[in-house]
Design a protein around this ligand. Sequence first.
Ligand SMILES: *[C@@H]1O[C@H](CO)[C@@H](O)[C@H](O)[C@H]1NC(C)=O
Ligand SMILES: *[C@@H]1O[C@H](CO)[C@@H](O)[C@H](O)[C@H]1NC(C)=O
Ligand SMILES: *[C@@H]1O[C@H](CO)[C@@H](O)[C@H](O)[C@H]1NC(C)=O
Ligand SMILES: *[C@@H]1O[C@H](CO)[C@@H](O)[C@H](O)[C@H]1NC(C)=O
Ligand SMILES: *[C@@H]1O[C@H](CO)[C@@H](O)[C@H](O)[C@H]1NC(C)=O
Ligand SMILES: *[C@@H]1O[C@H](CO)[C@@H](O)[C@H](O)[C@H]1NC(C)=O
Ligand SMILES: *[C@@H]1O[C@H](CO)[C@@H](O)[C@H](O)[C@H]1NC(C)=O
Ligand SMILES: *[C@@H]1O[C@H](CO)[C@@H](O)[C@H](O)[C@H]1NC(C)=O
Ligand SMILES: *[C@@H]1O[C@H](CO)[C@@H](O)[C@H](O)[C@H]1NC(C)=O
Ligand SMILES: *[C@@H]1O[C@H](CO)[C@@H](O)[C@H](O)[C@H]1NC(C)=O
Ligand SMILES: *[C@@H]1O[C@H](CO)[C@@H](O)[C@H](O)[C@H]1NC(C)=O
Ligand SMILES: CC(=O)N[C@H]1CO[C@H](CO)[C@@H](O)[C@@H]1O
Length: 360
Amino acid sequence: MGFSHDIFVSLLFFYAFATKLSNAQVGFKCTQTRTTCTSLVGYKSPNKTTILHLQNFFKVHDLNSFLGANNLPPSTLSNYTINVEQVVKIPIPCICSNGSGISNHVPKYTVQKDDGLYYIANTVFAGLVTHPQIAEVNNIPDPDLIQVGEKLTIPLPCSCDDVEEQRVVHYAHVVESMSTMEGIAKQFGTKSDVLFKLNNIPNDSKLIAGNTIDVPLRACNSSVIASSLDYPLLVPNGTYVFTANSCMRCNCDSAKNWTLQCQPSQLRPANNTWLTCPSTTLCEGADNLSIGNTTIVGCNQTSCAYSGFNNQTILTTLATVNTCPAISPGPGNNTSKIGLSWKFLFISVHLIMLCLHLLW
Ligand SMILES: *[C@@H]1O[C@H](CO)[C@@H](O)[C@H](O)[C@H]1NC(C)=O
Ligand SMILES: *[C@@H]1O[C@H](CO)[C@@H](O)[C@H](O)[C@H]1NC(C)=O
Ligand SMILES: *[C@@H]1O[C@H](CO)[C@@H](O)[C@H](O)[C@H]1NC(C)=O
Ligand SMILES: *[C@@H]1O[C@H](CO)[C@@H](O)[C@H](O)[C@H]1NC(C)=O
Ligand SMILES: *[C@@H]1O[C@H](CO)[C@@H](O)[C@H](O)[C@H]1NC(C)=O
Ligand SMILES: *[C@@H]1O[C@H](CO)[C@@H](O)[C@H](O)[C@H]1NC(C)=O
Ligand SMILES: *[C@@H]1O[C@H](CO)[C@@H](O)[C@H](O)[C@H]1NC(C)=O
Ligand SMILES: *[C@@H]1O[C@H](CO)[C@@H](O)[C@H](O)[C@H]1NC(C)=O
Ligand SMILES: *[C@@H]1O[C@H](CO)[C@@H](O)[C@H](O)[C@H]1NC(C)=O
Ligand SMILES: *[C@@H]1O[C@H](CO)[C@@H](O)[C@H](O)[C@H]1NC(C)=O
Ligand SMILES: *[C@@H]1O[C@H](CO)[C@@H](O)[C@H](O)[C@H]1NC(C)=O
Ligand SMILES: CC(=O)N[C@H]1CO[C@H](CO)[C@@H](O)[C@@H]1O
């Protein structure tokens, strides 16, 4: 009797412990300890609201980063309407710790009258987080006992890891009913096998509606150097960012060979690090070629690209690509076992230099 009772108790204990462990799993896998980055969450608004409200709700400091992530024109006002059930991409600061990534102490939510943790997780935050995760992060022993006015930190899932050896922007997507991994992959320009593996899901029958999955968004390649203050400038396809104190606008279009396109923004500097934005930034070594512009001489396409910024200047780099058609190997040559001998496009990055155009 006592024996089976003991087994029963220990089983019960084991069960509770196992449940707690799986419940306590907060955030996406993120192995780069102590790394921070910007990540995205897909928030399906529970009611008709405005960008301003969502900006305050998620503590997104910069309206432009909100607009850019959703590819809304920079002229969009913050009273722009977000409709019920419209999905908006919210940029969040991500921190990796203990192998998982969660939003870095934001957003904060103040408990309202009649709120419960389940309601907060599933309605207010639209299922991006679960109620045990909120309880875990806020050390709430009894989820039924939360006080009106209590400030909760909401741990949104995110990651800073590379995927398939590529730098990506991670996007938290709440699975809709009837969806397939193939469909989700198509929607976000990735592959279903990558999503299955990353999320540790064996097949579509384990793809549960309402669960949040990690979708890596491919970003454009940029020329931004590692010492730049905005390194690594990761901009996913179909979106834009303002950078270099808002003096540069960079957008990513997969149709432009996944190369980040940066141009002067025509805005004023976002903060008083600089008095004005440089009116033009020329690439040295090319006559009158300014940042964001390209000239073509014969087969050679020379571009002056944005390569970052520091406290004083906007940096540029000059790149020449030979766009002549590659010479294909003659027919009937089967001697090479390594395969076709391609003549690769010849790229030479001539210079990385400072273009000093600050006006003080
Ligand atoms: C609905 O939107 C308003 C403001 O636009 C906000 O104050 C309110 O909390 C929202 N309700 C929910 C359930 O999110
Ligand atoms: C937003 O604000 C502008 C100017 O304040 C106003 O003209 C416009 O009608 C407003 N739009 C909405 C949807 O409220
Ligand atoms: C990481 O794990 C350690 C030991 O398990 C724990 O003390 C610490 O609180 C954890 N940190 C976070 C942010 O969860
Ligand atoms: C999906 O994976 C689960 C767990 O591996 C397995 O039990 C199930 O048979 C699979 N379903 C299909 C349709 O393959
Ligand atoms: C990139 O985005 C555009 C629209 O923003 C879309 O038409 C295109 O299919 C996307 N490309 C990839 C590879 O996802
Ligand atoms: C001003 O810009 C610099 C460089 O982008 C940045 O490091 C700093 O945080 C900004 N300050 C404010 C108050 O935004
Ligand atoms: C496309 O981009 C890759 C690197 O992202 C580069 O190596 C290649 O030369 C580019 N092709 C053209 C035609 O610009
Ligand atoms: C690129 O060059 C054209 C003229 O060739 C000029 O009108 C345009 O302003 C330049 N763009 C940038 C970003 O400098
Ligand atoms: C194109 O660039 C290559 C290498 O940078 C150079 O050798 C060649 O002369 C250039 N051709 C033209 C037409 O400028
Ligand atoms: C940038 O300039 C500010 C003020 O001039 C200074 O406090 C800060 O340390 C500088 N940052 C870097 C990275 O040089
Ligand atoms: C076949 O290719 C090899 C190496 O790519 C080359 O040395 C050889 O001359 C070629 N033969 C013919 C018949 O083109
Ligand atoms: C930053 C970035 O995305 N770099 C990529 C540029 O393109 C090469 C080749 O496709 C990738 O290997 C890099 O990861």
